[in-house]
Write a protein that binds this ligand. Structure first.
Ligand code: ATP
Ligand code: MG
Length: 175
């Protein structure tokens, strides 16, 4: 769906399969009162914002040049950000392969006119928004996520709230 300026709101992400999604949904219910919709649970790699058709084509090509490796993500850390009022699930062991994937993506997107974010990358799955007093807790029983691909997703706003559509998927290489 295009915005008023003809752009589409895009981001690269890790997309949980049905089993991991179920576990994330359980965690969202356990730790928050108003969990995000199960179908919306994901982990953003890089947010792109509103992009034209030409930029989208460039992003697809760029993603195809990324040579990432598969990795296991252990989500064992409950994080909270007070100002954006977000409760999230993250990890106390960030896999090097995840950081390498993000760095590769950032570099590949530069020729598309997409600058790398200035903020330090914190991998997280948003569990709830508008959380007044987000909590922080380490050492949770981990949600184990075997990451074997990454996706380009579109954020579509609807009357029922935001929805994400997966536009394309790229595999990561096995061990
Ligand atoms: P909404 O903004 O409609 O409440 P949302 O935040 O889930 O819903 P988007 O704003 O389209 O939807 O964001 C899509 C994804 O990109 C989410 O994972 C969001 O956290 C992330 N994201 C959004 N804006 C930024 C940003 N400026 N920097 C980094 N990540 C972002
Ligand atoms: Mg947002």
């Amino acid at each position: 769906m295009k915005g008023a300026d003809g752009t589409r709101r895009l981001f690269f992400a890790l997309w949980p399969d049905a089993d991991v999604r179920k576990q994330l949904a359980v965690a969202a219910r356990q730790w928050t009162r108003r969990p995000v919709a199960d179908a919306n649970l994901h982990l953003t790699l890089q947010f792109l914002g509103g992009r034209t058709a030409a930029e989208l084509a460039c992003c697809r090509e760029a993603a195809g040049t990324v040579q990432g490796e598969a990795f296991e993500l252990q989500l064992d850390y409950l994080g909270g950000w007070t100002k954006p009022r977000v409760q999230w699930l993250g990890t106390s062991h960030i896999p090097p392969a995840l950081l390498q994937l993000v760095e590769q993506l950032q570099a590949a997107l530069l020729p598309c006119g997409i600058d790398a974010p200035t903020r330090r990358y914190v991998p997280h799955v948003t569990l709830s928004r508008k959380e007044k007093n987000p909590r922080v807790q380490a050492g949770l029983a981990p949600v184990c996520w075997q990451v074997e691909d990454f996706v380009l997703a579109e954020s579509v706003s609807t009357e029922q709230g935001v929805r994400y559509d997966v536009l394309q998927r790229w595999p990561l290489s096995g061990p």
